[in-house]
Design a protein around this ligand. Structure first.
Ligand code: SF4
Length: 149
């Protein structure tokens, strides 16, 4: 079976904005027996851990890639460039690792698939993909949200 790209925080790496991880028994079971490429696009894009929470503003990850939306921290700092750079690095890691699918952290502005926060920092979800999920999908890598988180 081919390798699968997985959000590093789901593999126990404490790379989330709050310095924690999101490993779970459900995730371990979901990739049991698979060759896993673990990757954190936000750290790869140059952001520190911990870091301020960020959300997509003006659209989802596809709109960010098209240049019509931004990724902004709750302080107002624009981190779009870091998120796009991290997404490109994630795609490169997936391609060099032979990954045809990805299992990513739900709701993240990078890794979210199908729903993301709406940019208000009020916990409201809207349909859409994170920046990395969008770039992977555009390049033929099937992205699914991880179970159990
Ligand atoms: S960018 Fe993705 S891998 Fe990194 S902490 Fe956020 S959800 Fe996890």
């Amino acid at each position: 079976m081919e390798a699968i790209l997985v959000s590093a925080c789901l593999r126990g790496v404490p790379c989330r904005f709050d310095g924690r991880h999101k490993a779970s028994p459900e995730m371990a079971a979901a990739v049991a027996g698979r060759e896993v490429v673990s990757f954190c696009p936000e750290v790869a894009g140059g952001l520190t851990t911990p870091r301020r929470p960020a959300e997509l503003v003006g659209g989802d990850g596809h709109d960010v890639l098209d240049g019509t939306a931004q990724v902004v921290e709750d302080t107002g700092r624009d981190v779009t460039a870091q998120f796009v750079d991290g997404a490109q690095r994630a795609l490169a890691a997936a391609q060099s690792g032979g990954c045809t699918e990805a299992l990513l952290m739900p709701r993240s502005p990078s890794c979210g698939r199908g729903e993301v926060y709406d940019g208000s920092f009020a916990g409201e979800l809207v349909p859409g993909d994170g920046v990395t999920a969008a770039l992977l999908e555009r390049n033929g890598i099937a992205v699914r949200p991880a179970p159990g988180v």
